[in-house]
Design a protein around this ligand. Structure first.
Ligand code: 9MR
Length: 460
């Protein structure tokens, strides 16, 4: 995991920036308000209210239908095809029936026997994934093999990891993760081809100045083609474009603090999004291609994402799904100006209905539930520790997981994957802060034992 530095915990700042990913380097500075952190929301807000704390936003990749173009299933809200296989059973697949009118069909899902293994229990619903890093797939192998049937590389497939210098692709770390997954019959999601963050410095410059449109487009094509071809047949779904829309529904563009602005948009305009999907589809016509983003529960943002996706589909761009990052908090914010004020199940449900009405698959791509409440100020004396992560708090976190999983199961035919952003509490991006702030956001504790949250997710 990268190292988040400079966390300022007492943030009052406003919101916005959760996502900002620290560009290029790993250092997300979360200064009081402007978070620069990687992309999400979660973190940041999680703690202090604003993006400040490092927020990582949740992205949500959702994945497309097989084949022909998103869209086809759209119409009736009905039949989502199931993502790739494993998880869903046939029923999940044909879904159909246009249950909710506009929303995705909703056949829900039922437990697979009485299995105590998470992925097995959800086998009639969707694959259950975890983000892994270059250590955790070995240090946490027992948990991974027991409870998950899909993996995402947390950082190892990002632009700066795969092409640190121009033309030199380094696949070793990513290959090791993929080989582990293949050897253990797990699916692999690819994350992420085009993002405003974690890019190498050469990418946007040329001869000491800014790169031209034409050269940047050819760099983007070269990267996508090389990477997608390299993993063809092993990666079933890609987050092609990550975090392109802001909280107000507009495109992420320039005039944002460093780390939050998108050089892709500044140089290429919004057409970079369509081009990225086309290049990825050319490189692997069988891969499901997702748009991935966080804060989908904010009405203006979900509408902006919907409008963008509809526009892409209308132009025939091969988009197959939407990823919901899902970096959540133990409770919504009470601060009306905070992004997490909107973090209610009903708002997320609207997003699922809206996106699936386009015929797109929906996947939860980066799930975790932070203990910190956005809009509340924390400091080292109120940071959680294993001692202050009390039974009450564990029960509260479990209840929050329960309500979100009830929603995911309800939309078990539209949702084709649920991935946690980590495996156990001893290895989470939410504890990367140099301030020492720890978080305990996953289903397994620091000693890899199941938490009450695990029981809540298994209880259906
Ligand atoms: O979890 C990742 C963390 O290790 C990195 O330091 C960070 C750098 O930007 O990226 C984190 O992952 C992000 C993901 O790629 C996109 N959505 C938000 C995630 C959390 O910040």
């Amino acid at each position: 995991m990268g190292l988040l530095t400079g966390l300022l915990w007492s943030c009052t700042s406003s919101t916005s920036g959760p996502d900002a990913a620290a560009s290029g380097t790993e250092s997300t500075v979360q200064t009081g308000g402007s978070s620069t952190s990687a992309g999400g929301d979660a973190g940041g807000d999680a703690a202090g209210g604003s993006a400040a704390q490092g927020g990582a936003g949740a992205a949500d990749p959702s994945g497309g239908t097989g084949g022909s173009g998103a869209g086809d299933s759209a119409a009736g809200g009905g039949n989502q095809t199931n993502a790739g296989g494993s998880g869903g059973t046939d029923d999940a697949t044909s879904g159909g029936t246009g249950g909710e009118g506009t929303g995705g069909a909703d056949t829900g899902c039922t437990p697979n026997g009485d299995s105590q293994n998470l992925a097995e229990r959800y086998a009639n619903c969707f694959p259950i994934g975890a983000a892994v890093d270059s250590q955790s797939y070995t240090t946490h192998a027992a948990l991974l093999k027991a409870h998950f049937n899909s993996v995402t590389a947390e950082n190892e497939m990002k632009f700066e990891s795969l092409q640190r210098t121009e033309g030199n692709f380094s696949y070793d770390a990513a290959d090791r993760i993929v080989n582990f997954a293949v050897a253990n019959n797990m699916k692999v999601r690819g994350h992420a081809l085009v993002w405003h963050s974690q890019n190498p410095s050469w990418l946007f410059s040329s001869g000491g100045g800014a790169v031209s449109k034409q050269v940047l487009l050819s760099r983007m094509k070269n990267h996508i083609s090389n990477v997608v071809r390299h993993f063809k047949g092993k990666i079933y779904a890609w987050d092609v474009v990550n975090e392109a829309i802001m909280e107000d529904g507009s495109y992420r563009g320039g005039n944002l603090p460093d780390g939050q602005n998108s050089r892709w948009y500044e140089i290429l305009g919004e057409s970079y999004i369509a081009e990225a999907f086309k290049y990825a589809h050319e490189a692997d016509p069988d891969a499901k291609l997702f748009y991935n983003d966080f804060y989908n529960y904010i009405p203006a943002k979900q509408q902006g994402i919907y409008n963008m996706l509809k526009g892409l589909l209308d132009q025939g761009v091969p988009v197959h799904g939407v990823g919901l990052q899902a970096h959540f908090n133990i409770e919504p914010s009470t601060v009306t100006t905070n992004q997490a004020y909107h973090q209610h199940v009903a708002n997320l449900e609207e997003a699922i209905k809206l996106y699936s009405s386009l015929g797109l698959e929906v996947q939860v791509t980066e799930l975790d539930i932070s203990l910190y409440i956005p809009g509340v100020t924390y400091n080292p004396s109120t940071f959680y520790t294993t001692a202050t992560f009390t039974d009450d708090l564990k029960a509260k976190q479990a209840a929050r997981y329960r309500e979100f999983f009830e929603l995911f199961r309800k939309y078990g035919s539209a949702i084709t994957g649920v991935t946690f952003w980590g495996i156990a509490d001893d290895n989470t991006w939410l504890s990367e802060f140099s301030s020492g702030r720890k978080d305990f956001p996953l289903l397994f504790d620091v000693d890899h034992r199941p938490k009450p949250a695990f029981d809540a997710v298994m209880d259906f």
